[in-house]
Design a protein around this ligand. Structure first.
Ligand code: HXC
Length: 511
């Protein structure tokens, strides 16, 4: 065998060993927990044969606690570049089979390298997390590693899309990297995120709680809103990440890819003419409205199980990616509360940062009142959504379906917040408040009969779209069946939109 052949043979063998990570026993243990390895996840995520791995031979430099005798090529994270549907992405996947995927200084250097490359080449970053946190043997070096990752998350924010998949433990300060990224996806029953685990919680507060109850996917997708998506399986989670990516541009200087559709632009839907119930207190299916107007009825909902009174997600209209924001009359009558405001604001700001036009469907009776909301800072949180819409410079097309009352009317992409094209259905009521509330204020001491008369008068005067149309606060009152066509035509007319905000170091969003 020639020396060259021997060299190549050695490389092949070293690669094969590196690919085994922590070894076959630990891979088996990973499988037994219902989890895939880092490499198996990347194989599912990336186009076949597209993965180019970096730093496969990087080893940690720690000598504490006998670590100098224990080295694994790659050091617990697989990093590199690949494509998804032919588009470049940069990736890292923590390998739990190597020291529990714990973060060493060298692991952080590997992650930072792909983060830097992603920003430099204007491509999305996807991180698959499965880690026991800071590598305990490395002490402060591991903490420094986290700090370096967080700083890059921050600098990349609004420049390239950053997506975090949580496929195992993600605890302690480690949770802040996913929290700094644009979207977090968790897998039910096998992933969890929390600052301190159940044992510490019991020690500190006496509360007994399981991993899943404290920081499982269901909790973060429904109660805290930390997770934007909760998948049943790793396979489903990876499919969701790919789907999400298809709606996003590569970076903030590009637009999302167009996906040609056979769904006709002028497709009308007669059922929309009948969808609003005669009784203003009855709800209807807002998802039905969304699916009826977008291409092929396809809608990728974000935060589907959190603050369900506001629906947000991605769709396409005539092939163009759009962010849809819609009040949901079926949940809390569609009011805006603390959680819905935060959810909406984050989504609107993401779309604005990445050139994704906003389509807003309004049916909102107002903000939720009461001590719980006031103590929860509905003022500051409501202002976040207001702020997000007001500063957004992407095309903004708004359709008011029914109620649009008071402050909530302003917040939901009204004309004065630089809404570009605002339409209303004939069923719309654009007013300071609902009739009953208004009459109770103005005619508190009147008899019920007199109040009923005033309610009728108020309804006639204000509970329609024409006051707003007469004053030019909306562009037109449209027939519901034509909504798809009218919204698409508005979006097409706005393709060349250019709008600026005054130069500043950065804004001061009411956090
Ligand atoms: C070094 C670690 C490790 C860590 C796990 N391992 N966590 N090694 N540093 N942080 C190792 C284990 O020793 C074991 O090695 C292997 O990984 C698998 O771990 P197991 O415990 O056998 O797995 P499992 O039973 O599934 O439990 C997983 C776990 C548990 C729940 C994550 O390992 C755990 O509680 N780890 C410690 C978590 C933690 O406290 N981390 C520090 C948080 S503070 P062998 O050789 O046996 O396979 C932090 C600060 C960050 O992260 C601050 C950022 C700003």
């Amino acid at each position: 065998m020639s020396i060259q052949t021997e060299n190549i043979q050695a490389l092949v063998e070293r690669r094969a060993t590196a690919r085994l990570g922590g070894g076959e026993k630990r891979i088996e243990a990973q499988h037994n927990k219902g989890k895939r390895t880092a490499r198996e996840r990347l194989a599912l995520l990336l186009d076949e044969g597209s993965f180019e791995e970096f730093d496969m031979f990087v080893r940690h430099r720690c000598t504490n606690f006998g670590m100098d005798a224990s080295h694994t090529d790659g050091d617990g994270v697989v990093t590199g570049r690949g494509t998804i549907d032919g588009r470049i992405v940069y990736v890292f996947a923590q390998d739990f089979t190597v020291n529990g995927g714990s973060l060493s200084k060298t692991m952080s250097e590997k992650i930072c390298k792909v983060m830097d490359m992603a920003v430099r080449s204007g491509a999305p970053l996807i991180g698959l997390n499965d880690s026991g946190g800071a590598r305990i043997q490395e002490g402060i070096d591991a903490l420094a590693g986290y700090g370096e990752i967080f700083e890059r998350n921050i600098l990349a924010s609004g420049v390239i899309p950053q997506i975090s998949g949580i496929f195992g433990p993600c605890a302690g300060g480690a949770v802040y990297s996913p929290a700094l990224t644009d979207f977090t996806l968790m897998v039910k029953n096998t992933s969890y995120m929390y600052l301190t685990g159940p044992a510490v919680v019991k020690q500190v507060t006496g509360e007994e709680v399981s991993h899943e109850e404290l920081g499982g996917a269901s909790v973060h997708a429904t109660k805290s809103g930390v997770a934007h998506f909760a998948a049943e399986t790793e396979e489903e989670g990876i499919a969701r990440i790919k789907e999400l990516l298809s709606y996003l541009p590569q970076n903030n200087l590009e637009t999302a890819p167009e996906v040609p559709t056979t769904d006709p632009v002028s497709r009308c839907d007669d059922s929309l003419n009948e969808i609003i119930p005669d009784n203003a207190n009855k709800s209807y299916d807002m998802y039905g409205v969304i699916r009826s107007i977008v291409d092929d009825g396809k809608f990728l909902e974000v935060h589907a199980d959190y603050a369900k009174n506001l629906i947000v997600g991605f769709a396409r209209m005539n092939g163009q990616s759009v962010g849809v924001v819609a009040n949901q009359p079926g949940v809390l009558a569609g009011v805006l509360d603390v959680n819905a405001s935060r959810k909406g604001a984050r989504f609107v700001r993401f779309c604005d940062a990445f050139n994704i036009p906003l389509v807003t469907l309004v049916d909102v009776p107002g903000f939720l009142c009461g001590t719980q909301q006031e103590y929860g800072a509905i003022i500051t949180n409501g202002a976040k959504l207001l702020y997000a819409y007001g500063e957004a410079t992407v095309p903004k097309v708004t359709v008011t379906l029914r109620k649009s009352f008071g402050g909530a009317h302003i917040v939901m992409s009204c004309k004065q917040l630089r809404g570009d094209v605002n339409y209303a259905w004939p069923s719309a009521s654009i007013a300071v408040m609902g009739a009953e509330g208004a009459v109770d204020v103005l005619y508190a001491s009147e008899t019920p009969e007199a109040k009923a008369e005033k309610i009728e008068e108020y309804n006639r005067l204000f509970c329609n779209p024409y006051q707003a149309a007469e004053k030019g606060y909306i562009e037109d009152v449209i027939e519901p069946r034509n909504t798809r066509f009218r919204v698409i035509r508005a979006l097409e007319s706005l393709r060349g939109k250019r709008q600026e905000v005054p130069a500043k170091k950065h804004d001061n969003l009411p956090l």
